[in-house]
Design a protein. Structure first.
Length: 183
């Protein structure tokens, strides 16, 4: 990792109090905001109460990947700094996988054109979708925010390893394998 990137990582860890993510090895996380609790549909959300919204910082460093994960809520990934990310969205209703570049349009537009991928600074992730990612530059880092509505609760969260992802989505196994090719 370049010295200036390492300094940024250290500064972000200190400023945002980033800690190891409980289910995504090699990634860091911290809360930004947790809203007031509201009633939600008990048929979808166990317990019937969630924060109205919440937001986190999420940092990926080097070769760490974000394994496919799913929430019952809508979440929004927003690029902040560092490397762009290759993002894969698997839609379980359509049985499709879309690849997107999450990054800054002023910095990463040429990269997205070279890779022939759509470039977004904010990616909405619907409850019918699973999301996974890896860095474009694995000698760097990426800092994003993630906002969830209704707010995050561990009971609504699922993570799949790469092998489990290929089993869960067998018709997309080749695409998943290619996406996480070096990991």
């Amino acid at each position: 990792m370049k010295i200036e990137d390492q300094k940024k990582v250290e500064q972000y860890i200190s400023i945002h109090h980033l800690i190891a993510h409980h289910s995504q090895p090699g990634n860091l996380i911290s809360d930004i905001y947790v809203g007031p609790e509201v009633s939600v549909d008990e048929k979808i959300f166990v317990g019937g109460k969630r924060p109205v919204t919440n937001a986190i910082y999420y940092m990926v460093i080097g070769k760490a990947v974000t394994q496919f994960n799913h929430l019952k809520s809508v979440k929004y990934w927003q690029y902040c700094d560092g490397s762009a990310q290759h993002v894969a969205l698997v839609d379980v209703e359509k049985n499709t996988m879309e690849e997107i570049i999450l990054g800054d349009p002023l910095i990463h537009a040429d990269l997205a054109r070279q890779l022939n991928k759509k470039l977004l600074q904010i990616i909405p992730v619907l409850p019918t979708q699973w999301i996974g990612s890896r860095l474009v530059d694995e000698n760097s880092f990426s800092l994003i925010t993630c906002t969830v509505t209704p707010g995050f609760d561990m009971r609504d969260f699922s993570v799949l390893t790469i092998a489990e992802s290929k089993e869960r989505f067998p018709c997309l196994a080749d695409k998943i394998e290619k996406f996480f090719r070096d990991f």
